[in-house]
Write a new protein. Structure first.
Length: 167
């Protein structure tokens, strides 16, 4: 690994350091690196020897995005269960929506310290919800609730797998 790359990985490994300090340390390591700001982290492109290689966003940002998604997904799932009970009197909707939503919120809560457990739980719940709502959507073509839950579940599967691969 060329010295430029080692320097890039060293800087990005220090996620707790302020972004300005990261930028100056990265610039001091090798002037041939271009730096692009992204939230709490950085993306660095090495242009040494005429080649470009990107360094992905810090893992904490990917897990943070997944955590936010599963919090929103969990709240929407609980709200959907309550809405199903209010509109149709469906006790199954409120029970399933509450259990699924609480499990998604639990998965999001687990993610910072126990990433694997949180991502696995979120993936399993997303797969189960997709298994329930995607076939129902293709039978009825109703956007609410089957279409919305199908889309949210499919996105949940993608987010969980993407976060797992970045882990």
């Amino acid at each position: 690994m060329p010295p430029t790359r080692i320097c890039v990985f060293q800087v990005i490994a220090h996620i707790g350091v302020r972004q300005a300090a990261e930028r100056s340390r990265l610039a001091a390591c090798a002037p041939q690196i271009r730096i692009f700001g992204r939230g709490n982290g950085i993306i660095a492109m090495s242009t040494s020897a005429g080649q470009r290689s990107g360094v992905a966003l810090p893992i904490a940002l990917m897990i943070g995005g997944a955590k936010i998604y599963f919090i929103v997904f969990g709240i929407l799932t609980i709200a959907g269960g309550v809405l199903g009970y209010v509109k149709a009197g469906s006790m199954a909707s409120i029970i399933a929506g509450s259990i699924s939503g609480v499990l998604l919120l639990l998965a999001a809560w687990l993610m910072p310290e126990h990433q694997a457990a949180g991502l696995i739980l979120a993936l399993i719940v997303s797969l189960l919800l997709a298994g329930q709502f995607i076939p129902k959507f293709f039978r009825t073509f109703k956007v609410m609730p089957a279409g919305l839950m199908s889309a949210l579940s499919a996105i949940g599967i993608i987010v969980a797998i993407a976060a797992w691969l970045r882990k």
